[in-house]
Design a protein around this ligand. Structure first.
Ligand SMILES: [Zn+2]
Length: 86
């Protein structure tokens, strides 16, 4: 898992869940609304758990395009494998 993959999954999860919630809400489709809310919760959980600095382990805030960690100041490598670091 890399920061780039976490960011892509986050954008994909938010986009698909917003579409599901909008379609489920406007067309009165309960399963789409529920699925969208569950996907949104899973996406937020993924972001909270894995959107972290590989050096200090702190959360990287809401800036999904940061070049440096706001906590320790290390330069972020979006292609670095995070397994074993977090
Ligand atoms: Zn850091």
């Amino acid at each position: 898992m890399t920061l780039r993959l976490v960011r892509r999954l986050y954008f994909l999860g938010v986009g698909v869940s917003v579409l599901l919630v909008l379609c489920g809400g406007t067309l009165d489709i309960d399963w789409a609304l529920l699925l969208g809310l569950l996907l949104l919760a899973a996406t937020v959980a993924l972001e909270v758990k894995y959107w972290r600095c590989p050096y200090c382990g702190e959360h990287l805030d809401r800036n999904l395009f940061a070049s440096y960690c706001p906590r320790c100041g290390e330069e972020l490598d979006y292609d670095q494998d995070l397994r074993g670091l977090l």
